[in-house]
Design a binder for this molecule. Structure first.
Ligand SMILES: Cc1cc2nc3c(=O)[nH]c(=O)nc-3n(C[C@H](O)[C@H](O)[C@H](O)COP(=O)(O)O)c2cc1C
Length: 305
C-alpha cells in the first residue's frame, strides 16, 4: 500500500502536507485552481487588506542567486473585491483555503477577517510579520500586546482555525505560547527576513523600497531552527513550516524539525507549479523506502536523536 501523506492541521484535513505560501499566485481563482490541480494540499491567499493597495513600483523582486529579495508592498485589490475571488474559490476548490489577512489595527483585522470568513475560507492566517510595509506586518507584530489583542479579536468571530504568521523575531516559544494563549490555533513560521541589496554598478539600492524580505534556500536553516525550537517547547502546536522549500528534501527537513505541513513560496518562480508533484512523489518514495506508513510519523522525528 502506498504511504499515507494526509495530515491534520488544527482541524483542517490536507491530502498531503504541501501548501501554497502566501503571496505567490494566491490572488485569483484561476491561479488557485491551477495550484489545486498541481497537487497542493492547501492554499494560502496573498495577504489582503481592508483597502486596495497598489504596492511599490518596480523593481520589487530580485534573484540574488543564493536567494530572493522582494518588496512588493502588499499589492492587493482590498477585501471587498477579493471576496468575489475568494467566494468562487471556496465554492469550486476542494482543498482548504487559508485567507492571509493584514491590517494596521484590530478594527481592520476584524473587518477583513469577517469578510474572508463570510466568503467561505477554511482558515485565517494573520500576517504579523511582513518586514517591509510601514504600518503593517512586522510593525504590528513587534508589539506583543497588540498582536495578542488582534488574535483574540479575530478568534472571537472565527470558528475556523486562525494561524499567526511569524518572523524570526517572533519565533520564540515564549512568544508563540502567548499567541496560543490568546486563541491562535497554530503558527506559520517563517516570513521573509528584512534585507537589502545594492547594485555595485549603479551604486544604488536595487529595490525601489530599498528594504525588502529575503526568501529561498538561504533562509531554510533559519526556518529549521525556528520550527525545531517551537516544536521542542510546544509539542502539540500545529506548525506550518515555510522557508526555502525547493524540493522534497527541503520539505522533509522542515517536517523532521516539527512542521505538520510546509509552505512553498519563491521556489515556484524557478520550478513553477510542478514543484508540488515533485515534493509529493519524493516524500512518498522516501516513506516507502524507509518503511514508514504515514508522513505523520515523521513530524518532529529529528527530536528523537
Ligand atoms: C514575492 C513574494 C511575495 C510574498 N508575499 C507575502 C504576503 O503577501 N504575505 C505573507 O504573509 N508572506 C508573503 N511572502 C512570504 C512567503 O509567504 C514566505 O513566508 C517566504 O517567502 C519564505 O518562503 P520561501 O523561501 O519558500 O519563499 C511573500 C514572498 C515572496 C517571495
Amino acid at each position: 500500500m502506498s504511504p499515507d501523506l494526509e495530515v491534520e492541521l488544527a482541524g483542517l484535513r490536507l491530502r498531503n502536507p504541501t501548501i501554497l505560501a502566501s503571496g505567490i499566485l494566491g490572488s485569483f481563482y484561476g491561479l488557485m485552481k491551477r495550484v489545486e490541480d498541481a497537487g497542493a494540499g492547501a492554499i494560502t491567499t496573498k495577504t489582503v487588506t481592508r483597502e486596495p493597495r497598489e504596492g511599490y513600483p518596480n523593481p520589487v523582486f530580485v534573484d540574488l542567486g543564493f536567494g530572493y529579495l522582494n518588496a512588493m508592498g502588499l499589492p492587493n485589490p482590498g477585501i471587498r473585491e477579493f471576496s468575489v475571488e475568494l467566494r468562487r474559490a471556496a465554492r469550486e476548490i476542494r482543498i482548504p483555503l487559508i485567507a492571509s489577512i493584514g491590517g494596521r489595527n484590530e478594527e481592520e483585522f476584524m473587518d477583513v477577517a469577517g469578510r474572508a470568513l463570510d466568503a467561505g475560507c477554511s482558515g485565517i492566517e494573520l500576517n504579523l510579520s511582513c518586514p517591509h510595509v510601514s504600518g503593517y506586518g512586522l510593525e504590528i507584530g513587534s508589539d506583543l500586546q497588540l498582536a495578542c489583542s488582534i488574535i483574540k479579536a479575530v478568534k472571537s468571530i472565527s470558528s475556523k482555525p486562525v494561524f499567526t504568521k511569524i518572523s524570526i523575531h517572533q519565533a520564540r516559544p515564549d512568544i508563540v505560547s502567548r499567541y496560543l494563549g490568546s486563541g491562535a490555533d497554530g503558527v506559520t513560521a517563517i516570513n521573509t527576513i528584512r534585507a537589502a541589496a545594492i547594485c555595485v554598478e549603479s551604486m544604488t539600492p536595487i529595490l525601489s523600497n530599498i528594504i525588502g524580505g529575503l526568501s529561498g534556500p538561504c533562509i531554510r536553516p533559519i526556518a529549521v531552527a525556528a520550527i525545531y525550537e517551537i516544536r521542542r517547547e510546544l509539542p502539540g502546536v500545529p506548525i506550518i513550516g515555510v522557508g526555502g522549500v525547493d524540493g522534497w528534501r527541503a520539505a522533509l527537513e522542515l517536517i523532521l524539525a516539527g512542521a505538520n505541513a510546509v509552505g512553498v513560496g519563491s521556489a515556484i518562480a524557478r520550478k513553477d507549479l510542478q514543484i508540488f508533484g515533485e515534493i509529493i512523489e519524493g516524500l512518498r518514495r522516501f516513506l516507502a523506502e524507509r518503511g514508514f506508513k504515514s508522513i505523520k510519523e515523521l513530524v518532529g522525528y529529528a527530536h528523537r536523536s
